[in-house]
Design a protein around this ligand. Structure first.
Ligand code: SF4
Ligand code: SF4
Length: 97
């Protein structure tokens, strides 16, 4: 995994000392850095109806020549795609499994 550098949003010296430091920096994290579940597609079942693409709230479903896949950098693991797939072609598995 590549390491991303955070960069300051503004001159931090102007911020009062009693402010939470998390609020002073832009976080470089993407959903793929903290997601606990991820979708896996069964290519035999997928009929390319695009329902998963339609329902994904972060638009990380990607069209492949014969099926749909997921951009796992931006997928947040919500499971909506698996819930909505009429073919039950998507299942959610634990990250790292
Ligand atoms: S909703 Fe299910 S069947 Fe339809 S494209 Fe997505 S994975 Fe394939
Ligand atoms: S789990 Fe959620 S964020 Fe990830 S592809 Fe499915 S609908 Fe999109």
């Amino acid at each position: 995994m590549t390491t991303r550098q955070s960069r300051p949003l503004f001159d931090a010296s102007t911020i009062p000392d009693d402010l939470c430091p998390i609020a002073t920096r832009l976080t470089p994290m993407l959903p793929g850095d903290w997601r606990s579940m991820r979708p896996v597609i069964d290519r035999e079942r997928c009929v390319k109806c695009a329902v998963c693409w339609l329902y994904c709230p972060v638009q990380c479903v990607v069209e492949k020549p014969a099926w749909f896949d997921f951009n796992l950098a931006t997928c947040k693991g919500c499971g909506i795609c698996a819930r909505e797939c009429p073919q039950h072609a998507i299942r959610m598995i634990e990250e790292g499994a």
